[in-house]
Design a protein around this ligand. Structure first.
Ligand SMILES: Nc1ncnc2c1ncn2[C@@H]1O[C@H](COP(=O)(O)OP(=O)(O)OP(=O)(O)O)[C@@H](O)[C@H]1O
Ligand SMILES: [Zn+2]
Length: 291
């Protein structure tokens, strides 16, 4: 018997089957089309297996309140066709097994804690810097949900004094995602991030913003491990700059070795690499089975 996993992204879906040790047996990837077309691929793929449970890490916003009438729905997404889509209900129609459902970044945080860079900790965060910026959190052993679910990519940050860029967030302009996501880099500098590797000032500014956000997350949530991934983090020069800036911003206030001395072990790339999301969905399936 296997576990099923779905990493549902705004541009692509990854489906996989795997076991309780996080081993992936088979995986498929297809572009995110209409819900009807996309779900047809999903159902076809999983129908070939006998599954014990399925985990879904989804783009959002999503409804995670167990007692809500729209639990398991994608709610107000700008991707019109997916707005108010009953994701869990549609899966349950085809597969009568426990279904775990959470945000893509909460799933990734869970996967990293189960099998990756955050093994053994009780509190950690997983940040992705890609088309958007999203952050998942495990606090004292539990995935953090609350009113809706955290949207830490949209926090407000202090603008660099020489930065006049308006930002790209349609809601806030110059929030973190508006200033530091992949599309923000492309709009600000006129080229994709991958083509700006040798432009020092691009990554200095990127680290300036990401470090502020991380310092805030550390001050608010007190994570024992900070994991940061996503397409933009493929720039290898970025992580050391972020680590240094976080130390400078906190300025000795948090007297913990993790920050004062071992920051390169504290703010880290995903241990599961590009598999954090899909392994996280597998971990959500495992968690659903245990409940
Ligand atoms: N090597 C790189 N250096 C800098 N930026 C990059 C690099 N590779 C990808 N990016 C940027 O990362 C963004 C894509 O992020 P990512 O690959 O994490 O996809 P994603 O946001 O997870 O997609 P989805 O919407 O499907 O979840 C793009 O804006 C792209 O320009
Ligand atoms: Zn925003």
């Amino acid at each position: 018997m296997y576990l099923g996993a779905i990493e549902a992204g705004g541009t692509k879906f990854v489906c996989a089957v795997g076991d309780r040790d996080g081993n992936i047996k088979e995986r498929v990837t297809f572009p995110t089309a209409t819900p009807e077309e996309t779900m047809r691929h999903v159902v076809d793929f999983f129908s070939r297996y006998e599954l014990e449970a399925i985990g879904i890490g989804s783009f959002g916003p999503i409804d995670l309140h167990p007692d809500s009438a729209t639990y398991g729905y994608i709610t107000s997404t700008p991707k019109q066709k997916w707005a108010n889509f009953n994701f869990v209900g549609e899966m349950k129609r085809h597969f009568q097994v426990p279904i775990g459902f959470d945000t893509d970044v909460n799933a990734a945080a869970l996967g990293e804690r189960r099998w990756g860079a955050a093994k053994g900790v009780r509190s950690c965060i997983y940040i992705t810097v890609g088309t958007g910026i999203g952050v998942g959190a495990i606090v004292e052993g539990n995935l953090l949900h609350g009113l809706m679910h955290p949207e830490m990519g949209h926090i407000l940050i202090r603008r660099h004094p020489e930065d006049t860029f308006a930002g790209v967030c349609p809601y806030h302009g110059d929030c973190l995602e508006g200033m530091a996501s992949g599309p923000a880099i492309e709009k600000r500098w006129g080229k994709k991030g991958a083509e700006l590797a040798d432009r020092l000032e691009v990554w200095e500014l990127e680290a300036f913003y990401l470090a502020q956000a991380i310092a805030n997350y550390i001050l608010i949530l007190s994570p024992e491990k900070v994991i940061i991934g996503g397409g933009v983090m493929k720039q290898k020069q970025l992580l050391p700059k972020i680590q240094r800036n976080v130390q400078e911003l906190l300025n000795g206030y948090i007297q913990q070795e993790a920050i004062l001395r071992d920051i390169d072990q504290y703010i880290v790339l995903p241990g599961l690499g590009d598999n954090a999301g899909i392994c996280g969905a597998l971990a959500l399936a495992e968690q659903a089975l245990a409940q």
